[in-house]
Design a protein around this ligand. Structure first.
Ligand SMILES: Cc1ncc(COP(=O)(O)O)c(C=O)c1O
Length: 399
């Protein structure tokens, strides 16, 4: 049995008619940029994220870049973030001339660890890459923002992160690229369940095709409770212009086009069901790993209490990861590694002075993580087969 990591065709064949009709209407209208469908989608995503404003942009990367810029991040500023994320999180910081400061993750959830942030801001961080930085950066007022990532579809510890932001006067941007539809309740000061993207100053969503809400190409959205920020983003995505041909700032050309919006409008209506299917698939993996005594070799990061995890990825930490991956591949099972090199050790950031050992939890995670198929259309039989091969690999017993 061939079981790919992600099979988008199964999703497509289930909604093909709706998608084609929606796209056909775009061609009938011949309106391709900043039209009615984009506005409808913005309204629906705003509702989904329980915020008043959502603005479409050309990608999740641009959603980060433009939000950071709208938050006032610029050359020489520092933004605190996790090294255990997709490259775009830090790339966006760097491309504004700002400095990403990498702080280690929580060993249980793999999300940015609030204690590491406090430690850094109090000048207690021991990582050589941080030597001398906090005091000078804080004194010059250069630490501007916190950028937690809701990794794999589980929100970072937002209650604590927001408190730190408030205490130190830092903006908070949520990288919600992997987590539309996830939510959190019960964190410090969080009494009600709140969706990803609704808690910080802004949230950045990605519609990259492989995401839980994926378009037919690149796309992204910025969600925010702040009207001033929404206004700023609205300008920045059209070259910094509010009135045609009048430019108060230099922005970008970054819009979500109408064809993407038409596809995403159809898909958004299915998202709650798909997210639930991902959760059901993850629950079955967990039950089988437990029942078949595999948790010693193969265990997922923890779900912190109060989190509605939507499993954009289902990731386990495993022993002999690369061998297992090859074994699964030999038996037709797709998998991937999110992420094999933590960002503080990427060559392009070597000028920042980090060394191996600076973010040990992220480094260990990079060696151990493996993402297994979890897409909504996956069948229970396929999940049993995947876990069966894992059992055969570790225990020499087939499923
Ligand atoms: C955590 C994270 N941040 C940012 C991005 C960038 O999104 P995009 O690929 O839409 O530019 C992605 C996805 O690719 C991501 O997973």
């Amino acid at each position: 049995m061939n079981i790919p990591l992600l099979d988008l065709k199964r999703q497509y064949y289930g909604i093909q008619k709706e998608i084609m009709e929606s796209v056909r209407e775009v061609f009938e209208s011949q309106s391709f940029i900043l039209g009615k469908r984009g506005q409808d989608l913005e309204k629906k995503v705003a509702d989904c994220c329980e915020v008043p404003w959502a603005l479409g942009v050309a990608s999740g990367t641009d959603a980060l870049l433009i939000s950071l810029r709208a938050l006032g991040v610029g050359p020489g500023d520092a933004v605190l973030t996790t090294p255990f994320t997709f490259f775009a999180t830090a790339g966006a910081i760097h491309n504004l001339g700002a400095i990403p400061i990498f702080l280690d993750i929580d060993p249980l959830t793999f999300n940015l660890c609030p204690e590491r942030i406090t430690e850094f801001l109090e000048g207690r961080s021991l990582a050589p890459g941080h030597a001398g930085q906090p005091a000078s950066l804080l004194k010059s007022g250069r630490v501007r923002a916190l950028l937690p990532v809701h990794l794999y579809g589980q929100m970072a510890a937002m209650g604590e992160i927001l408190q730190i932001g408030e205490r130190y006067g830092l903006k908070v941007l949520e990288d919600a690229a992997q987590s539309i539809g996830s939510s959190q309740t019960g964190g410090v000061g969080l009494l009600q369940s709140r969706p990803a993207g609704s808690l910080g100053d802004a949230g950045a969503i990605s519609f990259f095709p492989s995401k839980n809400l994926g378009g037919a190409g690149d796309g992204g959205m910025i969600v925010t409770r702040r009207e001033d920020l929404a206004e700023s983003v609205r300008m920045l995505r059209v070259h910094g212009s509010r009135v045609k041909y009048i430019h108060d700032q230099v922005g970008w050309n970054s819009r979500l086009d109408e064809i993407q919006a038409a596809v995403l409008l159809v898909k958004l209506s299915h998202l709650p069901r798909w997210n639930q299917a991902r959760r059901d698939n993850a629950a079955l993996y967990l039950r089988l790993l437990e029942e078949w005594d595999l948790t010693e070799y193969c265990r997922p990061p923890a779900v912190a209490s109060g989190n509605y995890h939507i499993y954009n990825q289902f990731v386990v930490r495993v022993r002999r990861r690369d061998e297992l991956r090859q074994f699964l591949s030999d038996h037709g099972v797709g998998s991937d590694i999110y992420y094999p090199i933590p960002l503080h050790l990427q060559k392009c950031f070597s000028h920042l002075g980090y060394a191996a050992g600076d973010c040990p939890v992220s480094e260990e995670a990079s060696r151990e993580v493996l993402a297994l198929p979890v897409f909504p259309e996956l069948t229970p039989e396929e999940i049993r087969t995947v876990v069966g091969w894992i059992r055969e690999f570790y225990q020499g017993q087939s499923g």
